[in-house]
Design a protein around this ligand. Structure first.
Ligand code: IMP
Length: 439
């Protein structure tokens, strides 16, 4: 049975929640493979709006959901989310699993996140303040504490004491900030541990077993390609790997088990946080898109920066994640504009660039080269088939496909599930890809 990875093809907030929700109904298992509560998904199911940060939205449909080893987990936020789901009548017992190898976000990670941002001054990254960067830094430095460590009190206390001892020295000398109380943190986390215990397991084994048994597994990326630690606009990135390769490491499955990757992209571009954004619109059209597209962050409430679609960014996503198709969302948001634009390339130091340059410093010097297309006035949110769309909207979609080089498989024209046009069956495409691979 096929497996599919869903990745953000831009700077995050592409609407992966809705697409995951759409595909999750045909899946048996949904796996988050990186990031933490910096992500935010809004999904509308049967008229009820759910806002989730860490738990895959597949839980609402009774699917087995996994928070993989590549994620960083703030246990308090996670338990709050579990209670929120219970409050909405969604059962999690025996359905939600958390990797024992995922790393914990500790209270000191959150404070460090804020202190480091302050120190960066006008070069700040604009993080979500959830402690993501410092938690992954501890992981890479081999001083992280993992979810499974919570189940061994002596080990947990030992690791915590070692970390806090070193950190308090740093708090005092570098940041002129209050020391951390190791006992208070230990009590808080060990209390949370007793509530998390039933959810903790070896999730890599669970996912591989599901694949062995022929189950359909959906891997759900958070953030987006341009926020990838290696492949994004470094250093204005998050500290994990949203691109498709991250699914293998962050879930514990081999690359040969992935059949298809679909990239989610808005019909325009948005980003939160700082850093270069070549197609940003700092004018009334940008504001119009922000209002019409309700572009305010789920996690932080921050207004998102908005601009035209950037085909250079999307081609980059195709390259680094091996996208086999796109889910193009928010096409309805562009309706009502007389003319719409797509950046097909950049101008960089007098030269035409078809590919993304090395990093944020170079990206900041790129000027978009635009193609202009006629817009459409009609409200398209009630269209149910591609043929129902006005000609100019169809031409826009076809032009995106031509510029990016992969087909649009799903088209979203509103927040509701019914407002999704499937131009292809994504799991069938995955099965085809698997068949082709087998030959
Ligand atoms: P961090 O992940 O909190 O460290 O933030 C690093 C960068 O990633 C900042 O620009 C954030 O705004 C951005 N970011 C993190 N999570 C998301 C997300 O879910 N959507 C969009 N941007 C995000």
């Amino acid at each position: 049975m096929p497996s599919v990875v869903i990745v953000g093809a831009q700077w995050g907030d592409e609407g992966k929640g809705k697409i995951t929700d759409f595909l999750a109904r045909d899946a048996d298992m949904v796996v988050r493979y990186q990031g933490g509560a910096n992500a935010g998904h809004t999904v509308v199911v049967d008229g009820i709006t759910y806002k989730l940060h860490l738990v895959p939205s597949g839980i609402i449909h009774g699917k087995t959901c996994v928070i993989g080893n590549g994620c960083v987990v703030d246990p308090e936020t996670l338990l709050r989310e579990i209670e929120y789901l219970h409050g909405h009548g969604v059962d999690t017992q025996g359905r939600l699993w958390i990797s024992d190898a995922a790393h914990l976000i500790m209270p000191y990670h959150q404070r460090l996140d804020a202190l480091q941002e302050q120190l960066r001054g006008d070069q700040r990254i604009g993080t979500t303040g959830r402690g993501i960067g410092p938690a992954y830094a501890d992981k890479a430095a081999r001083t992280g504490i993992r979810v499974g460590d919570l189940l061994d009190e002596a080990l947990f206390r030992q690791r915590l004491e070692r970390n806090v001892r070193q950190l308090n020295d740093l708090m005092h000398r570098v940041y002129d900030s209050e020391p951390f109380d190791v006992r208070a943190i230990a009590e808080q986390y060990l209390d949370l541990a007793s509530r998390l215990r039933p959810y903790i397991t070896d999730t890599a084994a669970l996912i591989n077993e599901a694949l062995d048994q022929g189950r359909r597994v959906l891997f759900e990326g958070a953030q987006g390609t341009m926020l990838d630690l290696d492949h994004g606009s470094y250093p204005y990135v998050t500290s994990s790997y949203p691109s498709a390769g991250g699914a293998c490491i962050g879930a514990g499955v081999g690359p040969t088990r992935i059949d298809h990757v679909i990239g989610v992209a808005k019909a325009y571009t948005s980003r939160v946080g700082d850093g270069p954004f070549p197609t940003e619109l700092d004018d009334e059209i940008g504001e119009w898109i922000r209002q019409k597209g309700r572009e305010f962050g789920t996690t932080t409430g921050r207004p998102r920066r908005c601009g035209w679609l950037d085909a250079v960014v999307l081609r980059h996503a195709v390259q680094v994640s091996g996208l086999g198709g796109l889910a193009l969302v928010h096409l309805d948001t562009l309706g009502g504009l007389e003319r719409v634009r797509i950046a097909s390339a950049y101008e960089y130091r007098g030269q035409r660039l078809e590919r993304l340059p090395h990093g944020a410093h170079q990206l900041a010097q790129c000027r978009p080269i635009y193609e202009e297309l006629p817009g459409w006035d009609e409200d398209i949110s009630s269209a149910r088939r591609f043929e129902d769309l006005p000609e100019n909207a169809r031409n826009y979609v076809r032009r995106v496909e031509a510029l990016v080089g992969v087909p649009v498989q799903l088209l979203s024209i509103g927040p509701d599930r019914a407002q999704t046009i499937a131009l292809d069956d994504v799991f069938a495409a995955a099965a085809r890809a698997r068949g082709a691979g087998a030959r």
